[in-house]
Design a protein around this ligand. Structure first.
Ligand code: F6P
Length: 351
């Protein structure tokens, strides 16, 4: 059973907990972890099913009982959970989405919601929780860790924007989905000698836009990390292309930069080149995960179980220099990530 460090009455202020002077759960040799929960949270990502499957299979094979919590932290505080067996995760590896479903829980952003979640873990006798999701989900996990619940985070988001890891599950599938869609858009843009302005996901991060832009030979890539001059970097680039005999123009916009319809309208107005916007949107979040996402999800799931069995609590599983390893949850959340300038320069040299 989890031993909560605080209860509803003696819960310290959030600032005290934030100062990382909390103890966190420590492994207890008398009471090893026996039963764990797994949930998926935030935006879904291809490979989340493979993550759940890996946690379930590696967990059961190591003698643990695994409970699946539905609808992320929202389901946790409402007690929506049941035991998952080996066969329950058959045929899930190749499926997109998450069969545990996911949500963004407002309640869980409050102390009360976190306490309720921990209490539900007590009700079901869960000793630890594995959370698959992005930054926001890890903050939810951290809130539980701060009151004494052992947690492990597994990065699952198509945005690849978690600072402590080189890679997040779902990123490769999302990029391949976007690349295939853009290849098709190029065909029609070319037939009509048009400019195709394509908005890809990435509210705060340009990883998808940059790499998909390189992979599709885009003329212009606009990402939130790099400022741009519309006249020089967009209009001038397109006109230079036309003057050299180009028949189509691909402009990739990360959603955090602006909207494709607005950018297409401005391009058409200023250049006279017919321009069409496409928002790829949630299309990028679906689909069967690629090999990269299936294997990363599987290996990260196994690593999560290893952390729990070895008493390394409150960790984020990461990929660093091609290796699956784990880092401290607080430190991981404090790590920021930027796109290396060489990658931006390379994209420029290729356009
Ligand atoms: O999963 C991350 C992300 O895809 C962002 O790039 C995007 O801004 C956001 O999710 C949109 O999520 P939703 O529409 O599900 O709230």
């Amino acid at each position: 059973m989890i031993k909560l460090l605080y209860n509803e009455e003696n819960l310290p202020s959030i600032d005290t907990l934030k100062a990382k002077n909390y103890e966190g759960a420590a492994p207890d040799p008398e009471n090893p972890i026996k039963r764990i929960g797994v949930l998926t949270s935030g935006g879904d990502a291809p490979g989340m099913n493979a993550t759940i499957r890996a946690v379930v299979r590696a967990g059961i094979n190591s003698g643990l009982e695994v409970f699946g919590v539905t609808r992320g932290f929202h389901g946790l505080w409402k007690g929506e959970m049941s035991q998952i067996g080996m066969r329950d995760v058959s045929e899930t590896l190749q499926r997109g989405g998450t069969f545990l479903m996911t949500a963004r829980s407002k309640t869980f952003q409050t102390d009360e919601g976190v306490m309720k979640g921990a209490r539900m873990m007590e009700v079901y006798g869960l000793d630890a929780l594995v959370v698959s999701g992005g930054d926001g989900s890890f903050k939810g996990a951290r809130a539980l860790a701060r009151i004494g619940v052992p947690v492990i985070g597994i990065p699952g988001t198509i945005d690849n924007d978690i600072g402590c890891t080189d890679y997040t599950i779902g990123y490769d599938t999302a990029m391949n989905t976007a690349m295939e869609a853009i290849d098709k858009l190029r065909d029609t843009a070319s037939s009509h000698e048009r400019c195709s302005v394509i908005e890809v996901m990435g509210r705060r991060a340009g990883y998808i836009a940059l790499n998909v832009g390189i992979a599709t030979g885009a003329e212009v890539i606009l990402i939130p990390e790099v400022g741009f001059d519309f006249n020089q970097d967009v209009i001038r680039t397109i006109l230079d292309g036309r003057n050299k005999g180009k028949k189509h123009y691909i402009v990739i916009v990360a959603e955090g930069v602006g909207s494709a319809p607005e950018i297409a309208r401005k391009i058409e107005e200023q250049t006279g080149i017919e321009s069409r916007p496409t928002i790829l949107g949630h299309l990028q979040r679906g689909g069967s995960p690629t090999l990269r996402d299936r294997t990363t999800a599987s290996l990260m799931g196994v690593r999560a179980i290893d952390c729990l069995l070895e008493g390394r609590y409150n960790r984020i599983i990461v990929e660093k220099n091609g290796k699956i390893t784990d880092v401290d949850l607080e430190e991981g959340l404090a790590t920021t990530k930027t796109i290396p300038s060489i990658e931006i320069e390379n994209a420029r040299r290729l356009s």
